[in-house]
Ligand binder design. Structure first.
Ligand SMILES: *[C@@H]1O[C@H](CO)[C@@H](O)[C@H](O)[C@H]1NC(C)=O
Ligand SMILES: *[C@@H]1O[C@H](CO)[C@@H](O)[C@H](O)[C@H]1NC(C)=O
Ligand SMILES: *[C@@H]1O[C@H](CO)[C@@H](O)[C@H](O)[C@H]1NC(C)=O
Length: 386
């Protein structure tokens, strides 16, 4: 969509805690191997003596208004935001939290061109990253209404072999989630930790777990990072029952005794975010700086939140999608629900751009977060006590 139609992101941070007593950890190495993307030789690992820092880039919306000067200029602005955040924070890892591109504005067959531009500031700095999908990434092209105004249809060339679904026109089907991720990995210099999730969960594609390993190889993972596809674009905005079952099975295998803190990332806030939303001002215990919109949640709740709230190891959920929200609030006294910060110049809204940063310290285990703005300022620090 156009500027006015973008969505949200959300991210959540999580936090860890390690309260469980007694049981033995079981993180079968074979399991982590299967989640490891082809082409990379290592898992994410904390460097000894140094906190592990993650920058979240939410709602970049590359590829808007591609037929004007405005659109490409916004993409450049977004590159500048990412560059200034990456240079100020020097993160160990980047999470692209969905709506990386606005597929419905991309009048070419291959949206990977824009996806790749969005990834480039991170890849150019040799920083590894992971992506997940939002509701705009695989949306198919929508002809702008003003193309049919009196000024006439602009000169756009329909590729000869594109399927004809409009009377006499051509249409661009959009680049699928699977194609986007495959192309990302191909062009990643082995820095992409994104995973083409289990086929039985398709059309939801970005479902996977990345263990963050301890600097001490004899120790269990420091945290588990879960990525889920909250839908939208080519299919409804939901986290399905099948994904809930997948999460249960995966988390029980990797973290049966709940000792490893778990952080969850997806794009569209679940309905639970509405329950914790501040009315007007962001007051304690919530932490944040903008509360300018209503939470635009997923269409249905199929049990994911019930599962998360029962797992003491789950510390936070991070979403994007709402560009005018950047708060973190506790939910049921158990875990934190956090919005990222709108990073892109694409997408609706003109609130200043930034990035939510997560920092995981191993000894002693701590997880905290803050927001780093394009202009270098920092605010809204929050500790997820473990
Ligand atoms: C899509 O674009 C990427 C560059 O972003 C290119 O490497 C790839 O070959 C293209 N794929 C197709 C099918 O044209
Ligand atoms: C269209 O498809 C035909 C047959 O597959 C091929 O020969 C031709 O080069 C294609 N044209 C374009 C512009 O891709
Ligand atoms: C967006 O914000 C910037 C900086 O505050 C301002 O210069 C610009 O005019 C705003 N753009 C719109 C469309 O409101």
């Amino acid at each position: 969509m156009r500027r006015s139609s973008s969505f949200l992101i959300f991210t959540v941070l999580s936090l860890p805690l390690i309260s469980a007593v007694g049981w033995k950890l079981s993180i079968p190495t074979t399991t982590t191997t299967t989640t490891r993307p082809v082409g990379r030789s290592s898992n994410l690992r904390v460097r000894e003596g140094s906190p592990f820092r993650i920058a979240i880039f939410a709602d970049l919306h590359f590829g808007e208004d591609t037929w004007t000067d405005w659109g490409p200029r916004q993409d450049l602005n977004s590159v500048n935001v990412m560059s200034s955040v990456l240079d100020a924070e020097t993160p160990d890892f980047v999470v692209y939290l969905g709506d990386v591109v606005t597929g419905n504005n991309i009048a070419i067959e291959n949206a990977s061109l824009y996806w790749d531009k969005a990834i480039s500031p991170t890849r150019d700095r040799n920083i590894p990253w992971a992506t997940l999908f939002g509701n705009h990434d695989d949306a198919s092209f929508v002809w702008p209404l003003d193309w049919f105004s009196s000024s006439g249809i602009p000169p756009i060339l329909c590729p000869a072999n594109i399927s004809n679904s409009y009377d006499g026109g051509c249409t661009f089907r959009g680049t699928t989630r699977v194609e986007l991720i495959q192309q990302e990995k191909k062009a990643s210099n082995a820095l992409s930790y994104s995973v083409l999730g289990p086929k039985e969960l398709w059309p939801s594609v970005s479902n996977y777990v990345l263990p963050l390993e301890s600097s001490d190889r004899s120790k269990p993972a420091v945290a588990l990072l879960y990525f889920l596809d909250s839908g939208g674009g080519s299919y409804p905005e939901v986290i399905s029952n099948a994904q809930v079952e997948w999460f249960k099975a995966k988390s029980n295998t990797l973290n049966s005794d709940l000792r490893i803190p778990e952080l969850i990332f997806w794009h569209i806030p679940s309905k639970a975010f509405k329950k914790v939303a501040p009315r007007l001002w962001i007051t304690k215990p919530c932490v944040g700086s903008i509360n300018k919109e209503k939470v635009a949640s997923q269409e249905a709740e199929n049990g994911m939140m019930r599962v998360l709230e029962k797992r003491s190891s789950v510390k936070a959920v991070f979403v994007g999608h709402n560009h005018g929200l950047d708060w973190c609030c506790p939910y049921k006294d158990r875990l934190w629900l956090c919005f990222a910060r709108h990073t892109g110049y694409g997408g609706y809204g003109n609130w200043s751009r930034g990035s939510r940063i997560l920092e995981i310290t191993e000894m002693p285990l701590r997880v905290k977060s803050w927001i780093r703005m394009e202009d270098g300022s920092v605010h809204s620090e929050v500790n997820f006590n473990l």
